[in-house]
Design a protein around this ligand. Sequence first.
Ligand code: ZN
Ligand code: ZN
Length: 902
Amino acid sequence: MNKDEILAKFSSEPDRYYKIKLFEEQGFARKSCVTCKRFFWTLDSNRVACPDHADDTYSFIGNPPTSKRFDYTEAWKQVESFFVKNGHTSISRYPVVCRWRDDLYFTIASIVDFQRVMGSKVVFEFPANPLVVPQTCLRFKDIENVGVTGRHFSSFCMIGQHSIPNNKGYWKDECVDLDYRLLTESFGINKNEITFVEDVWAGGGSFGSSLEYYVRGLELGNAVFTEFQGELGNHTTLDQKIIDMGAGLERFAWITMGTPTAYDCCFGPITQKLFQKIGLDTDSVKLTKYFTEIARNLEKFQDLSQVRKAAIKASHLSERDLVKMITPLEGLYMIADHLRTLIFAISDGALPSNVGGGYNLRIILRRIMATIDRLGLKLDLDELIDSHIDYLKKTYPELEQYRAEVKTIIGIEVGRYHESKSRMEKIAQNLKSQKKTLNVDDMIRLYESDGVTPDYLKEYDVISEIPDSFYSKLSDLHQSEKKKTTEEFDLAGIPETDLLFYKDDPVKFDAKVLKVIKNKFVILDRTSFYARGGGQEPDHGKINGQDVIDVTKHGNVVLHEIKGISPKEGDIIPCEIEESRRANITKHHTSTHVVNSSARNVLGSWVWQHSAFKEKDYGRLDITHHSSLSDEEVRKIESFANGVIQKNLPVTIQEYERGQAEQTFGFRIYQGGVVPVKSVRIVKIEDFDVEACGGTHVKRTGELGLIKITKSERIQDGVIRLEFVSGQAAIDFVQKQEGDVMSIIKLLGSNREKLVKSFEHAMTDSEYTKKKLKQLIKRTSTTSAKQAIEASQNFGPVKFYHTVDEELDEEFHIAVGDEAIKQTPTLIYCALILKDSGIRIIVFAGEQAKFKAGDLVREISSKLGGSGGGDARFGQGGGKDTAKLADAIAHAESVIKKTVNL
Ligand SMILES: [Zn+2]
Ligand SMILES: [Zn+2]
């Protein structure tokens, strides 16, 4: 949808779309900017330009327009109490990790809190109406601006003022009236200073008019009135109109403080502490001038380095000012910002990694580290984390709970950064010596494959500037997640299947055949067959005596795939699910919940289910965790899980309205991902675990009997795979292990008590034997080499020895061949060793043998259906075709003869 067209249309009818009661009552005049023609509303008769083009743009820096001063925390208290006094409910922030949307990693705006995706539609669910929320939002698109522009953040607090117009909520008039009163009454801003600019918003198939409000060129908020859907001209009014007013809390604090940058008033005491720590001498007159110029220039230039250059010139900064003041300041601001973002993200369960959203977190942490290195700062990150949390907890008390965890994760990542530094250094050095010019794609490749950040390249002088497009391009690459595709069936007109497994769940039942597709997919009116879903494998069994091999759900219709004769449509037929298979799968499903929560208890709050799979023979759970698990950790998780079994906790299942479930249990319920339905099925293991889940479960944890973790493996950065068995499968597993142990005991001729000792003995014996053998080979190699030389054939100036050996291995032939060509430099020594149904090829060629060993290996191995190579002196390879041994040797002889012209 073209925003300009919508704006032109709406602005052509200002009375209908923009003129609100407040403008009329107060006498706001509508004007068109003398520079850009945009329409705006003002009480100031002298104002002729929009906020971007007015003379007073950013003049609040050093001279705030308010009588009151509020820092970040106080500004929110002010906003909150104003809206609460005016009938709003104040809601706690939602997590910055957007668990309720599978198209977003992070919460990017306050309205996202209340959006739920149902099919292709976005619906709004408000826990209160009207409401206000201090929503922390994460945005990584233009992180190169952070620290430099004075107003860009990688995380910021969006004050969300949201309302649905009905008997409780309000629409445009009251919204703008409230925002106007907030500015004038609560913040004491003169009404002549407030400008409302006409704009529009469009996204996700809907659109509406909006009014942005500015004070001295700073956009404080944007009130969006989402009202229509469809294409302009062919649009309809939404059933559910929404007020989406978002305002930056950082800017509210800034306008009242008038500090050189928004950073100075939004990180509490942290920036000052940092200045003191490194002994930074800031000159507020110079800084005020410089950052005012930066702010104004941001509208004028595309490129950040140009903005910076122009500001340096206009504010007459010396080279010394730049090096001693501006550059370190930018670094400190950036560090404060990035660290705050990491604190929120890690507290909400995200981990820095190489994939998905974790990727952005690793990037910003590496930016912090590179800046610390570049500026030679001595900073204690733990101390900074403490300062941030101490300050933020006044608004966000929940952060206190994760203080230790945040430090742990950041500590691990810092360690990783240091480990990879020497490798990065080598790469950077190489690039520098090659004097290569790198484009954005080169830099992205360098980061993706080697973890080399552009900040590091800049620090190392490989590049002079980080291209503006680097971070946005990178974040685009990591934005979209893949969507699954399933086979499409035409199911129009088929009523939804009655799901018996959510009811009394009979093993045997009769059902009516509604339809048979492609002679093998059977649709019944009701079914006990669990359809594959949520990582749980489907039931098997019989329908009308025929085997059911797969069960899938398409919308609300269940398809049973059968092998055999398909039933007749309209018939009532007997059905039966395979009870033992179902019982095993069910146990593995409940066990998945138990193992997941056990892992979180043992490892830390960052553990989330990444994905899961429940089969009849085993369960598999992938969890988010920063490092491979030690045996000790695996054992602890297993013990914890079995403790839960021993407590025999009840497993209860209850349906909740989605919003209520989220408010009651939090977003932890979305372990298995987003639930696209209004009513969610909550599976609760007493106070131990709660998840939204559609699977089958045991009634009490005691039924699981035993959980045995059989494997743990790091499958990708930040993800650990656990495989486990429970119930009968666990007992089978333990018995099989026991059987293996008994076999070993028998082989060793030992007993259970002495098993480990006996095994150690056997190992020592074997090591000893190997050592002896080596010595033996060494001693006999001279004699064996002589024998080989004697047995060799003469091909003109060279000698050729070959042998096919089924008894001795390559170790022997390497020792002998090496010795033989030393004794006779004209010799070619060739051993073909038969081993494990394959052939090993070893070739040595003496200095005067006129043939390269590697080449001969290639000739021979190609005849034997394998490959190999090597240098002039030594070559090795393999093959599999033992029937061609004689051919291969004949071929070797003929190529050697050819070389010496025989
Ligand atoms: Zn303008
Ligand atoms: Zn589940």
